[in-house]
Design a binder for this molecule. Structure first.
Ligand code: PEP
Ligand code: MN
Length: 365
Protein backbone atom coordinates (compact mmCIF):
# COMPACT_ATOMS: atom_id res chain seq x y z
CA UNK A 1 0.00 0.00 0.00
CA UNK A 2 1.67 3.23 -1.16
CA UNK A 3 -0.14 5.83 0.89
CA UNK A 4 0.76 5.56 4.61
CA UNK A 5 -2.61 6.93 5.65
CA UNK A 6 -4.35 4.15 3.67
CA UNK A 7 -2.18 1.62 5.50
CA UNK A 8 -3.19 3.14 8.84
CA UNK A 9 -6.87 3.10 7.86
CA UNK A 10 -6.56 -0.58 7.01
CA UNK A 11 -4.88 -1.34 10.34
CA UNK A 12 -7.52 0.67 12.16
CA UNK A 13 -10.33 -1.28 10.49
CA UNK A 14 -8.83 -4.57 11.64
CA UNK A 15 -8.95 -3.65 15.36
CA UNK A 16 -11.78 -5.36 17.28
CA UNK A 17 -14.01 -3.37 19.60
CA UNK A 18 -13.14 -3.72 23.29
CA UNK A 19 -16.64 -5.08 23.97
CA UNK A 20 -15.66 -8.21 21.99
CA UNK A 21 -13.17 -9.27 24.65
CA UNK A 22 -13.66 -7.19 27.75
CA UNK A 23 -17.38 -6.89 28.46
CA UNK A 24 -18.09 -3.98 30.82
CA UNK A 25 -21.13 -2.09 31.99
CA UNK A 26 -19.44 1.10 33.11
CA UNK A 27 -16.48 3.34 32.51
CA UNK A 28 -13.71 3.08 33.52
CA UNK A 29 -13.20 -0.63 33.06
CA UNK A 30 -10.32 -1.70 35.22
CA UNK A 31 -7.54 -4.27 35.10
CA UNK A 32 -6.03 -4.64 38.56
CA UNK A 33 -3.76 -6.91 40.53
CA UNK A 34 -0.26 -7.08 41.94
CA UNK A 35 2.86 -5.99 40.12
CA UNK A 36 4.14 -9.53 40.73
CA UNK A 37 2.60 -12.83 41.71
CA UNK A 38 4.28 -13.67 45.02
CA UNK A 39 2.27 -16.49 46.62
CA UNK A 40 -1.12 -18.16 46.19
CA UNK A 41 -2.26 -16.52 49.40
CA UNK A 42 -1.30 -12.99 48.23
CA UNK A 43 -2.95 -13.57 44.82
CA UNK A 44 -6.22 -14.90 46.23
CA UNK A 45 -6.50 -12.33 49.00
CA UNK A 46 -5.93 -9.52 46.49
CA UNK A 47 -8.31 -11.00 43.91
CA UNK A 48 -11.07 -11.57 46.48
CA UNK A 49 -10.80 -7.90 47.45
CA UNK A 50 -10.82 -6.76 43.83
CA UNK A 51 -13.82 -8.79 42.73
CA UNK A 52 -15.95 -6.74 45.13
CA UNK A 53 -15.34 -3.70 42.93
CA UNK A 54 -17.70 -3.95 39.93
CA UNK A 55 -15.39 -1.89 37.72
CA UNK A 56 -12.63 -4.52 37.94
CA UNK A 57 -12.94 -6.97 35.07
CA UNK A 58 -9.47 -8.47 34.79
CA UNK A 59 -6.91 -9.66 37.34
CA UNK A 60 -3.30 -8.92 36.38
CA UNK A 61 -0.07 -10.29 37.84
CA UNK A 62 3.45 -10.45 36.46
CA UNK A 63 5.10 -13.83 36.80
CA UNK A 64 8.21 -13.20 34.67
CA UNK A 65 9.47 -9.80 35.80
CA UNK A 66 11.85 -7.77 33.65
CA UNK A 67 13.85 -5.97 36.35
CA UNK A 68 16.35 -3.22 35.73
CA UNK A 69 18.99 -4.84 37.96
CA UNK A 70 19.94 -8.51 38.38
CA UNK A 71 19.66 -10.24 41.75
CA UNK A 72 16.35 -8.55 42.48
CA UNK A 73 13.06 -10.45 42.51
CA UNK A 74 12.54 -11.64 38.93
CA UNK A 75 9.16 -13.28 39.37
CA UNK A 76 7.94 -16.69 40.47
CA UNK A 77 7.88 -18.09 36.91
CA UNK A 78 5.48 -20.67 35.49
CA UNK A 79 4.11 -21.75 38.89
CA UNK A 80 2.32 -18.37 38.90
CA UNK A 81 0.14 -19.66 36.03
CA UNK A 82 -1.42 -22.16 38.47
CA UNK A 83 -2.14 -19.33 40.88
CA UNK A 84 -3.75 -17.27 38.12
CA UNK A 85 -5.87 -20.32 37.30
CA UNK A 86 -7.02 -20.47 40.93
CA UNK A 87 -7.88 -16.76 40.92
CA UNK A 88 -10.05 -17.30 37.85
CA UNK A 89 -11.72 -20.41 39.32
CA UNK A 90 -12.45 -18.76 42.67
CA UNK A 91 -13.41 -15.22 41.61
CA UNK A 92 -14.50 -15.50 37.96
CA UNK A 93 -12.15 -12.64 37.02
CA UNK A 94 -10.36 -12.90 33.69
CA UNK A 95 -6.59 -13.21 34.03
CA UNK A 96 -3.71 -11.37 32.38
CA UNK A 97 0.05 -11.63 32.50
CA UNK A 98 3.13 -10.29 30.74
CA UNK A 99 4.90 -12.31 28.05
CA UNK A 100 8.31 -11.59 26.57
CA UNK A 101 9.14 -14.64 24.44
CA UNK A 102 7.75 -17.74 22.69
CA UNK A 103 8.05 -19.94 25.76
CA UNK A 104 5.98 -17.50 27.86
CA UNK A 105 3.31 -17.34 25.14
CA UNK A 106 3.10 -21.13 24.79
CA UNK A 107 2.85 -21.69 28.54
CA UNK A 108 0.11 -19.04 28.87
CA UNK A 109 -1.88 -20.50 25.96
CA UNK A 110 -1.60 -23.99 27.40
CA UNK A 111 -2.75 -22.83 30.83
CA UNK A 112 -5.73 -20.78 29.66
CA UNK A 113 -4.59 -17.25 30.53
CA UNK A 114 -7.24 -14.93 29.09
CA UNK A 115 -5.23 -11.87 28.08
CA UNK A 116 -1.51 -11.28 27.42
CA UNK A 117 0.44 -8.06 27.60
CA UNK A 118 3.77 -7.02 26.18
CA UNK A 119 5.85 -4.98 28.62
CA UNK A 120 7.56 -1.66 27.97
CA UNK A 121 11.01 -3.26 27.90
CA UNK A 122 9.87 -5.72 25.24
CA UNK A 123 8.00 -3.25 23.01
CA UNK A 124 11.34 -1.53 22.34
CA UNK A 125 12.67 -4.68 20.66
CA UNK A 126 11.21 -5.46 17.22
CA UNK A 127 12.92 -8.90 17.34
CA UNK A 128 11.13 -9.83 20.57
CA UNK A 129 7.79 -8.42 19.44
CA UNK A 130 8.06 -10.35 16.16
CA UNK A 131 8.90 -13.53 18.09
CA UNK A 132 5.75 -13.07 20.18
CA UNK A 133 3.67 -12.26 17.08
CA UNK A 134 4.94 -15.45 15.38
CA UNK A 135 4.07 -17.52 18.46
CA UNK A 136 0.53 -16.09 18.27
CA UNK A 137 -0.11 -16.83 14.58
CA UNK A 138 -3.60 -18.26 14.22
CA UNK A 139 -4.43 -17.75 17.92
CA UNK A 140 -7.42 -15.71 19.01
CA UNK A 141 -6.30 -14.11 22.28
CA UNK A 142 -6.39 -10.46 23.34
CA UNK A 143 -2.99 -8.75 23.55
CA UNK A 144 -2.25 -5.41 25.20
CA UNK A 145 0.86 -3.54 24.14
CA UNK A 146 2.56 -1.24 26.60
CA UNK A 147 4.32 1.80 25.20
CA UNK A 148 8.09 1.42 24.79
CA UNK A 149 10.20 2.86 27.62
CA UNK A 150 11.45 5.65 25.37
CA UNK A 151 9.10 8.24 23.91
CA UNK A 152 8.94 6.66 20.45
CA UNK A 153 5.49 6.45 18.90
CA UNK A 154 6.90 4.60 15.88
CA UNK A 155 8.07 1.66 18.03
CA UNK A 156 4.71 1.48 19.79
CA UNK A 157 2.82 1.54 16.49
CA UNK A 158 5.27 -0.93 14.95
CA UNK A 159 4.65 -3.46 17.74
CA UNK A 160 0.87 -3.10 17.29
CA UNK A 161 1.26 -3.54 13.55
CA UNK A 162 3.32 -6.74 13.97
CA UNK A 163 0.52 -8.25 16.09
CA UNK A 164 -2.21 -7.13 13.70
CA UNK A 165 -0.19 -8.64 10.84
CA UNK A 166 -0.10 -11.92 12.79
CA UNK A 167 -3.91 -11.89 12.83
CA UNK A 168 -4.42 -10.62 16.40
CA UNK A 169 -7.59 -8.51 16.30
CA UNK A 170 -8.33 -8.15 20.01
CA UNK A 171 -5.67 -5.62 20.76
CA UNK A 172 -5.22 -2.61 23.03
CA UNK A 173 -2.48 -0.14 23.89
CA UNK A 174 -1.37 0.61 27.45
CA UNK A 175 0.06 4.01 28.21
CA UNK A 176 2.55 3.61 31.09
CA UNK A 177 4.68 6.70 30.55
CA UNK A 178 8.22 7.21 29.26
CA UNK A 179 11.45 7.19 31.19
CA UNK A 180 13.68 10.27 31.31
CA UNK A 181 16.91 11.08 33.08
CA UNK A 182 15.43 14.14 34.78
CA UNK A 183 13.98 13.73 38.25
CA UNK A 184 10.31 14.70 38.31
CA UNK A 185 7.35 13.88 40.48
CA UNK A 186 6.61 10.98 38.11
CA UNK A 187 8.55 7.74 37.70
CA UNK A 188 7.75 7.86 33.98
CA UNK A 189 6.72 11.00 32.11
CA UNK A 190 3.15 10.80 30.80
CA UNK A 191 3.85 12.77 27.56
CA UNK A 192 0.11 12.69 26.94
CA UNK A 193 0.56 13.94 23.38
CA UNK A 194 1.96 10.51 22.41
CA UNK A 195 -1.08 8.38 23.38
CA UNK A 196 -3.30 11.14 21.97
CA UNK A 197 -1.46 10.91 18.64
CA UNK A 198 -1.70 7.11 18.72
CA UNK A 199 -5.46 7.43 19.18
CA UNK A 200 -5.62 9.96 16.34
CA UNK A 201 -3.88 7.52 14.02
CA UNK A 202 -5.78 4.42 15.19
CA UNK A 203 -9.13 5.67 16.57
CA UNK A 204 -10.52 2.13 16.97
CA UNK A 205 -7.63 1.03 19.19
CA UNK A 206 -8.72 0.77 22.85
CA UNK A 207 -6.39 2.78 25.04
CA UNK A 208 -5.65 1.91 28.67
CA UNK A 209 -3.82 4.14 31.12
CA UNK A 210 -1.46 2.60 33.70
CA UNK A 211 -1.15 5.34 36.34
CA UNK A 212 0.83 3.00 38.64
CA UNK A 213 3.89 2.92 36.38
CA UNK A 214 3.48 6.55 35.30
CA UNK A 215 3.55 7.84 38.85
CA UNK A 216 5.54 5.24 40.77
CA UNK A 217 3.78 6.75 43.76
CA UNK A 218 0.43 5.66 45.20
CA UNK A 219 -0.45 9.25 46.19
CA UNK A 220 -0.55 10.36 42.55
CA UNK A 221 -2.55 7.49 41.07
CA UNK A 222 -5.90 9.23 41.51
CA UNK A 223 -5.10 12.55 39.79
CA UNK A 224 -3.39 10.77 36.89
CA UNK A 225 -6.36 8.39 36.50
CA UNK A 226 -8.68 11.40 36.39
CA UNK A 227 -6.47 13.06 33.80
CA UNK A 228 -6.70 9.92 31.65
CA UNK A 229 -10.50 9.92 31.91
CA UNK A 230 -10.58 13.64 31.06
CA UNK A 231 -8.71 12.79 27.86
CA UNK A 232 -11.34 10.19 26.96
CA UNK A 233 -9.30 7.13 27.97
CA UNK A 234 -11.75 4.51 29.21
CA UNK A 235 -9.58 1.72 30.61
CA UNK A 236 -7.22 1.73 33.60
CA UNK A 237 -4.58 -0.80 34.66
CA UNK A 238 -3.75 -0.33 38.34
CA UNK A 239 -1.38 -2.30 40.55
CA UNK A 240 -3.04 -3.61 43.72
CA UNK A 241 -1.68 -5.75 46.53
CA UNK A 242 -3.28 -6.98 49.75
CA UNK A 243 -0.25 -5.59 51.67
CA UNK A 244 1.30 -3.00 49.34
CA UNK A 245 4.11 -2.02 51.70
CA UNK A 246 5.39 -5.61 51.70
CA UNK A 247 5.28 -6.11 47.93
CA UNK A 248 8.39 -7.69 46.42
CA UNK A 249 8.33 -5.25 43.49
CA UNK A 250 6.95 -1.73 43.00
CA UNK A 251 5.86 -1.44 46.65
CA UNK A 252 5.59 2.38 46.52
CA UNK A 253 3.00 2.40 43.76
CA UNK A 254 0.62 -0.37 44.82
CA UNK A 255 -2.67 0.20 46.64
CA UNK A 256 -5.06 -2.15 48.42
CA UNK A 257 -8.19 -3.42 46.65
CA UNK A 258 -10.25 -1.35 49.08
CA UNK A 259 -8.34 1.83 48.26
CA UNK A 260 -8.78 1.07 44.57
CA UNK A 261 -12.52 0.67 44.91
CA UNK A 262 -12.91 3.91 46.83
CA UNK A 263 -10.76 5.77 44.36
CA UNK A 264 -12.70 4.54 41.32
CA UNK A 265 -15.91 5.69 42.93
CA UNK A 266 -14.46 9.20 43.30
CA UNK A 267 -13.37 9.43 39.63
CA UNK A 268 -15.55 11.19 37.07
CA UNK A 269 -15.89 9.29 33.82
CA UNK A 270 -16.53 11.63 30.90
CA UNK A 271 -19.43 11.08 28.57
CA UNK A 272 -18.10 10.73 25.05
CA UNK A 273 -21.50 10.81 23.38
CA UNK A 274 -22.79 14.32 23.89
CA UNK A 275 -26.53 14.55 23.33
CA UNK A 276 -27.50 17.98 24.76
CA UNK A 277 -27.97 20.19 21.65
CA UNK A 278 -27.40 23.48 23.47
CA UNK A 279 -24.10 22.24 24.92
CA UNK A 280 -23.12 20.92 21.47
CA UNK A 281 -23.78 24.35 19.92
CA UNK A 282 -21.80 26.05 22.68
CA UNK A 283 -18.84 23.71 22.16
CA UNK A 284 -18.97 24.36 18.39
CA UNK A 285 -18.88 28.14 19.01
CA UNK A 286 -15.89 27.84 21.32
CA UNK A 287 -14.13 25.62 18.77
CA UNK A 288 -14.59 28.30 16.12
CA UNK A 289 -12.97 30.86 18.44
CA UNK A 290 -10.08 28.51 19.16
CA UNK A 291 -9.51 27.77 15.46
CA UNK A 292 -9.54 31.51 14.76
CA UNK A 293 -6.83 32.14 17.39
CA UNK A 294 -4.79 29.22 16.00
CA UNK A 295 -4.96 30.78 12.53
CA UNK A 296 -3.69 34.06 14.01
CA UNK A 297 -0.82 32.24 15.74
CA UNK A 298 0.21 30.71 12.41
CA UNK A 299 0.07 34.08 10.62
CA UNK A 300 2.10 35.68 13.40
CA UNK A 301 4.69 32.92 13.23
CA UNK A 302 4.97 33.39 9.47
CA UNK A 303 5.50 37.11 9.99
CA UNK A 304 8.09 36.45 12.72
CA UNK A 305 10.03 34.17 10.38
CA UNK A 306 9.97 36.86 7.66
CA UNK A 307 11.72 39.32 10.03
CA UNK A 308 14.07 36.55 11.16
CA UNK A 309 15.18 35.91 7.58
CA UNK A 310 15.74 39.60 7.02
CA UNK A 311 17.88 39.91 10.13
CA UNK A 312 19.72 36.74 9.05
CA UNK A 313 20.68 38.38 5.73
CA UNK A 314 21.90 41.48 7.56
CA UNK A 315 23.99 39.40 9.98
CA UNK A 316 25.56 37.56 7.07
CA UNK A 317 26.39 40.80 5.22
CA UNK A 318 28.09 42.17 8.33
CA UNK A 319 29.73 38.93 9.39
CA UNK A 320 27.78 38.66 12.66
CA UNK A 321 27.15 35.16 14.12
CA UNK A 322 23.59 33.92 13.86
CA UNK A 323 23.32 32.85 17.51
CA UNK A 324 23.38 35.82 19.89
CA UNK A 325 23.17 34.23 23.34
CA UNK A 326 22.69 37.44 25.34
CA UNK A 327 19.83 38.53 23.08
CA UNK A 328 18.22 35.06 23.35
CA UNK A 329 18.52 35.07 27.14
CA UNK A 330 17.01 38.53 27.52
CA UNK A 331 14.21 37.67 25.06
CA UNK A 332 13.36 34.50 26.95
CA UNK A 333 13.44 36.37 30.26
CA UNK A 334 11.01 39.02 28.89
CA UNK A 335 8.67 36.35 27.51
CA UNK A 336 8.64 34.42 30.77
CA UNK A 337 7.80 37.58 32.74
CA UNK A 338 4.96 38.38 30.31
CA UNK A 339 3.76 34.79 30.43
CA UNK A 340 3.57 34.89 34.20
CA UNK A 341 1.51 38.08 34.09
CA UNK A 342 -0.81 36.46 31.57
CA UNK A 343 -1.27 33.40 33.79
CA UNK A 344 0.57 31.04 31.42
CA UNK A 345 2.73 28.15 32.61
CA UNK A 346 6.38 29.32 32.30
CA UNK A 347 7.57 25.79 31.42
CA UNK A 348 5.13 25.74 28.52
CA UNK A 349 6.24 29.18 27.26
CA UNK A 350 9.90 28.21 27.63
CA UNK A 351 9.41 25.01 25.64
CA UNK A 352 7.40 26.87 22.99
CA UNK A 353 9.98 29.63 22.52
CA UNK A 354 12.84 27.13 22.48
CA UNK A 355 11.14 25.55 19.48
CA UNK A 356 10.51 28.91 17.82
CA UNK A 357 14.09 29.99 18.47
CA UNK A 358 15.51 26.74 17.07
CA UNK A 359 13.43 27.27 13.92
CA UNK A 360 14.58 30.89 13.67
CA UNK A 361 18.23 29.83 13.87
CA UNK A 362 17.62 27.24 11.16
CA UNK A 363 16.08 29.89 8.91
CA UNK A 364 19.17 32.07 9.26
CA UNK A 365 21.74 29.39 8.44
C1 PEP B 1 4.19 -4.34 34.86
O1 PEP B 1 3.11 -3.95 34.42
O2 PEP B 1 4.32 -5.07 35.83
C2 PEP B 1 5.42 -3.86 34.22
C3 PEP B 1 6.58 -4.48 34.36
O3 PEP B 1 5.24 -2.74 33.57
P1 PEP B 1 6.10 -1.98 32.44
O4 PEP B 1 6.36 -2.97 31.37
O5 PEP B 1 5.15 -0.90 32.06
O6 PEP B 1 7.32 -1.46 33.12
MN1 MN C 1 5.07 -3.07 38.35
Amino acid sequence: MKNPSDALKKLNRSVASITKWLPHEQIPWVIAGPCSAESPRQMLATAKGLVKCPYVKVFRAGIWKPRTRPNTFEGVGAIGLDWLGRVKAETGLMTATEVANTEHVELCLKRGIDILWIGARTTVSPFSVQEIANALLGVDIPVMVKNPINADLGLWLGAIERLLDAGIRKIAAIHRGFSTYVETEFRNQPNWQIPVELKRRLPNLPLICDPSHITGNRQLIEPVSQMALDLGIQGLMIECHNHPGEALSDARQQITPRELCRMINRLHARDTTLTDREVKRHIARLRTEISHVDAQIIENLAERMKWVEEIGRLKQEHNVPVLQLTRWESLLGDHLAKAEMAGLDPDFIKALFELIHAQAIKRQL
